[in-house]
Ligand binder design. Sequence first.
Ligand code: PEP
Length: 255
Amino acid sequence: MTPLFVANWKMNKGLAEAREFSSEFTALFKSTGQVDAGIAPVLSSFQTLKESLGELDGLMLGGQNVHWEVNGAHTGEISVGMLAELGAKFAIIGHSERREFYGETDEAVAKRTAAALAGGLTAIVCVGETQQQFEAKETEKVVRDQLKGSLAKVEVKDPSSLVIAYEPVWAIGTGLAATPEIAQNVHQLIREELAGIIGKDSAAKTRILYGGSTKPENIAELMEKPDVNGALVGGASLKAESFNSLIEAGRAADK
Ligand code: PEP
């Protein structure tokens, strides 16, 4: 399956910085003919980025969140149709920062995911345990429960449009990535749990990304593991050169 490397810019890069990134990245990025890279910018930079990166094959833009309703009284939210209208192809859903700081529940993640898939977006659903849960050896239970809750009643017709991101909270932005062995163990259990939810064949075709302090120097060892199908990248995606190097190193190391 085509690996996928997605930049999560969080609340970074307004217009000027997005333009600067774009001109550098356009000069570096080489498409493989498959869509294997994505950027989720702040929405105010979306259109500018779309215009400046528009000619790049192999790269898609997406949202950092999406709501399940079509429109209405939901201050601060955006619907699937509105994101799609901008040109978004995917949405990140249930990122740990949304879960931790904005009270995002598995139930809401499931509604967002169902709406994204029904509206033709690829849904990147994030799961992952906190440091405390990791130390208490609760990773497996937490990740299985999050996955079940986040996909409850979600109809997955096409497994290529569902992507799971395993992001241990203790590895996000800390410089301390999970070891390839830890990542592989958790990705394997995610695929196993997924098989029970969407069926074995679909689970085998679902990409599972690793996220948490990835960089050009450590992506290869992660990508060598059988169940690691790409990365969700925060800090290392903010510089065009490092995001592009990470993509190239990740592609080269993919099984
Ligand atoms: C993230 O927040 O999705 C992330 C993976 O961040 P970082 O790469 O900076 O750890």
